[in-house]
Design a protein around this ligand. Structure first.
Ligand code: NOS
Ligand code: ZN
Length: 387
């Protein structure tokens, strides 16, 4: 009885507390905002001028089957994120949109070096985004939702500013920035090129994740973990290449996959993004199904809400539909994500015990009242005829 009834409805998926570890600020703008800012700042490179058409353009252009082509679409979002006001607005709306979707904790990343064309300094970029996030949290609270947003500062892997950005992340630590990341085209740009940045962060006892195992496979994951010392893997989905499923269903993990599972290395999985860049061929074949069964530290993420036309609720909706996940599965992914966040342990624990678990308990109990309501309706119906 309960197993059927704990398969969440669309509305329950939205109301369920969710935790997001991998979301790009410059991949999540509202199309209408892009158009507004482009008009205000005189950027005339947009491929469409109506919000709906522009949203469709981003989804189609990103749906190319190649990470390199997918990344080209960011030139338009970065073009409208070059002033203090624009960064503030985009960050505030990001926090509002996530909160409205039921996200209670998010780590949102962006590359400060991509927002200097209007004359801002790196510090000013970080300050503007931080202020935007605080404003978004405040507006969300006013609208009756609660969310906490931390920033991750990304360095671009083809560029040579990783150490500088790592220092920036360390400077703004405890002031809105919770960690560091590297992103950009993976093939030909190994993370070991940025060892100085990772070593610096380790010496500072700071946290970082690395985009690895998305467009490129096991060597990239191995380098990210064993040379660079990443705390989490951005995507990491290609760890599946080190897992053998035999015809009789028996499963064998290679050394690297065992290490990832044994050490509880968090995988920031982004199903829809992987379909667009051809890192996976369908939801049903997405490795998340097997990784969840094998109890890897798997988490569910959006990557780029604009380019993938997605949200946390949509990602979970696809998984619920494909793998028949229940509210217990959703809670498992959510607790995994909260455990893997870069904020202090006591705060993570409080989020799990005081926000996430009670939120799911409440949702899981709803079927009881639905049934009681149905019975009451039947009783009052029959009593009408008895009279
Ligand atoms: O899935 C991804 N893989 C690699 N790089 C990415 C992905 N999504 C976005 N970016 C890159 O990260 C930058 C900072 O947010 C974006 O501008 C984009 O170039
Ligand atoms: Zn990403």
């Amino acid at each position: 009885m309960t197993s059927d009834t704990t398969i969440p409805t669309e509305d329950q998926i939205r109301r369920a507390p969710k935790v997001l570890l991998h979301d790009h600020l410059d991949g999540g703008l509202r199309p209408a905002t892009i158009i507004d800012i482009a008009r205000e700042t005189g950027y005339d490179g947009l491929p469409e001028t109506e919000p709906e058409a522009l949203g469709t353009w981003f989804r189609d252009a990103a749906d190319s089957g190649s990470l390199e082509r997918y990344l080209e679409t960011f030139s338009h979002t970065c073009a409208v994120m070059q002033t203090r006001d624009a960064l503030f607005r985009v960050a505030a709306e990001c926090a509002e949109d996530l909160a409205e979707d039921g996200v209670v904790y998010a780590e949102v990343r962006y590359a400060p070096e991509q927002h200097l064309e209007g004359g801002l300094t790196l510090d000013e970029v970080v300050q503007a985004v931080n202020e935007g996030f605080r404003e978004g949290e405040r507006r969300a609270m006013e609208a009756g939702c609660r969310i906490r947003v931390g920033a991750l500062l990304t360095a671009m892997r083809h560029a040579a500013r990783a150490l500088e950005i790592a220092e920036l992340a360390n400077k703004f630590r405890d002031q809105g920035v919770v960690g560091f990341d590297i992103a950009g085209a993976e093939a030909g740009h190994p993370p070991t090129r940025h060892l100085d940045a990772f070593e610096y962060l380790k010496r500072e006892n700071n946290h970082f994740t690395i985009h690895a195992g998305e467009a490129f496979g096991l060597p990239s994951i191995w380098q990210a973990l064993q040379w660079c010392g990443a705390d989490r893997l951005g995507h990491g989905v290609r760890i599946i290449d080190d897992i053998k499923v035999a015809e009789d269903g028996s499963i064998e993990l290679g050394r690297l996959a065992s290490y990832v599972r044994d050490k509880r290395i968090p995988l920031e999985l982004c199903p829809t993004s992987n379909l667009q860049t051809a890192a996976a061929s369908s939801y049903a074949e997405h490795p998340i199904g097997l990784l969840r069964r094998l109890r890897f530290r798997a988490t569910v993420n959006t990557d780029n809400r604009l380019m993938s036309g997605t949200s946390m609720s949509r990602e979970f909706g696809h998984l619920v539909h494909t793998f028949h996940y229940t509210l217990d599965d959703m809670q498992w992914f959510t607790v995994n994500a909260m455990k893997s966040a870069f904020i202090p342990f006591d705060e993570r624990l409080a989020m799990i015990n005081d926000v996430i678990k009670p939120g799911y308990a409440e949702l899981k109990s709803e079927w009881l009242f639905r049934q009681a309501a149905t019975e009451r309706a039947v009783t009052s119906d029959s009593s009408r005829y008895e009279g």
